[in-house]
Design a protein around this ligand. Structure first.
Ligand SMILES: *[C@@H]1O[C@H](CO)[C@@H](O)[C@H](O)[C@H]1NC(C)=O
Ligand SMILES: *[C@@H]1O[C@H](CO)[C@@H](O)[C@H](O)[C@H]1NC(C)=O
Length: 425
């Protein structure tokens, strides 16, 4: 009951004890709204405390055209160093080892009409971060308030890892997450790479999202599942808009207590001053028009054991320290590449939230979204073509995946779809 309903109830009452009732009523009305004010101010305080933890004092601030504020924070003041285990950590400025691949990103693709073009982040239009600082997307009050609670802000709501071999129908039903992926398992993996076509899929409901990413997984699908994830996403709830953004995620306990998106908790140590996690990437691909893609490489440094991430052909972003993980402290047991959306089934029908370009794989280049040059890092730390690439999708009439291989693109797949359509009601 709201305070308004309560007060109109006070006035409407008509009987001999009206006056007594009126004062009683007035008294409870006052306490009611005071309690409301108290809890509102307590929430405000809690939000402010959380913002103070996340947003470190900047050396310089850059206003991005998309409304983001990018804070250039001194590298040793980043959120990672709030972690008790990282108090005396010596920052690794570069990995001791970089796996060599089969493909040179700068090589011009000849098999297709259009070469994938260079891509940057939107905030670069308005400035650069100085040396020894890292760019951090500032978290605003509205960002935290959109979350179900201050504690859950920046964390995934559900376990949402596609589980190809033994799919649990209840899990799919409960979470409403849908995938179209390619995967390998059954070996020890020390990294993964792919070049991912970038689009801006339409999201039907603000509480849904659409992403395209690599999953580096360790352990079985139990409570202690380890995961490192990186790719692009559109998530109105997390960012407050429909822009396509670069993101990472990690967890060491199947999305329960540990881990978060980007730098929204202590964990990932960033060393790069040019790329901001969670910032918009631009431009994005257009139907039957220019295609853009990003390369992502995640690999384990054989000497220090840390998991590094590279964006494009020359941005080494930083690393997840090995101690954050249990299984991944050794190696990964499964790699997945592909798309995921949330289907919240508004009005009991399948959502029309798009995956990839919103088109099915059959449509091919320039229309459907792709992953190309899919590779894994093997036990001798070399990039290799994946062996026995499997595919998985919950409902291929909603979102689908089709693999292939050729000289130019190595192993690749097209994936995605429109969601709701006559065959996906
Ligand atoms: C939920 O699971 C049941 C099988 O357990 C299946 O028949 C049904 O289609 C599922 N519903 C959705 C929305 O996926
Ligand atoms: C995001 O897109 C949806 C439609 O896909 C639209 O209704 C909504 O207003 C957009 N949100 C913003 C913040 O632009």
């Amino acid at each position: 009951m709201s305070a308004d309903q309560f007060s109109s109830g006070c006035w409407r009452r008509k009987n001999p004890a009206r006056l007594v009732f009126f004062f009683l009523c007035l008294w409870s009305l006052i306490s009611f709204s005071r309690a409301g004010r108290l809890s509102a101010s307590r929430q405000k305080l809690e939000v402010q405390k959380h913002l103070n933890r996340l947003n470190k004092p900047p050396v310089k601030t850059i206003q991005s055209p998309d409304g983001d504020i990018i804070d250039c924070v001194h590298i040793s003041h980043q959120p990672a160093f709030d972690h008790p285990f990282l108090k005396d950590h010596k920052i690794q400025t570069r990995p001791s080892y970089h796996p060599e691949g089969l493909f040179d990103e700068n090589k011009i693709s000849t098999g297709h009409k259009e070469r994938a073009n260079d891509i940057t982040q939107l905030w670069h239009m308005n400035g650069k971060c100085p040396e020894d600082t890292i760019p951090i997307r500032r978290t605003k009050k509205e960002d935290v308030l959109r979350s179900s609670s201050v504690k859950r802000y920046g964390k995934k709501k559900h376990r949402s890892i596609p589980k190809p071999r033994s799919v649990d129908p209840d899990l799919i039903n409960q979470s409403g997450h849908q995938h179209a992926i390619a995967y390998v398992e059954g070996d020890k993996y020390y990294g993964a790479k792919a070049t991912i076509n970038v689009w801006e899929p339409k999201i039907q409901q603000p509480n849904e999202f659409s992403l395209s990413q690599i999953w580096v997984l360790g352990g079985s699908f139990g409570e202690d599942l380890n995961s490192i994830e990186a790719g692009w996403q559109v998530s109105p709830d997390l960012y407050g808009d429909n822009n396509t953004r670069l993101f990472t995620y990690w967890t060491s306990d199947a999305y329960q207590a540990t881990g978060c998106y980007n730098l929204l908790c202590s964990g990932f140590i960033q060393v790069n001053s040019e790329i901001a996690m969670g910032a918009s990437i631009s431009p994005v691909s257009a139907f039957r028009n220019s295609q853009y893609d990003i390369s992502i490489l995640v690999w384990k440094d054989p000497k220090e054991g840390n998991w590094w991430m590279q964006f494009g052909s020359n941005y080494v972003l930083g690393y997840w320290p090995s101690f954050l993980f249990s299984y991944l402290a050794d190696s990964a047991s499964m790699i997945e590449w592909g798309g995921e959306v949330v289907n919240s089934e508004p009005e009991g029908q399948h959502t029309s939230t798009q995956m990839g370009s919103g088109r099915f794989p059959e449509e091919g280049f320039g229309k459907s979204s792709y992953f190309r040059n899919i590779q894994v890092v093997d036990s001798s730390n070399n990039l290799k073509a994946p062996k026995d690439l499997g595919t998985f999708t919950e409902k291929s009439n909603c979102y689908d995946v089709q693999t292939g291989s050729n000289g130019d693109w190595g192993h690749y797949f097209y994936y995605g779809g429109p969601g709701r359509n006559p065959n996906c009601p």
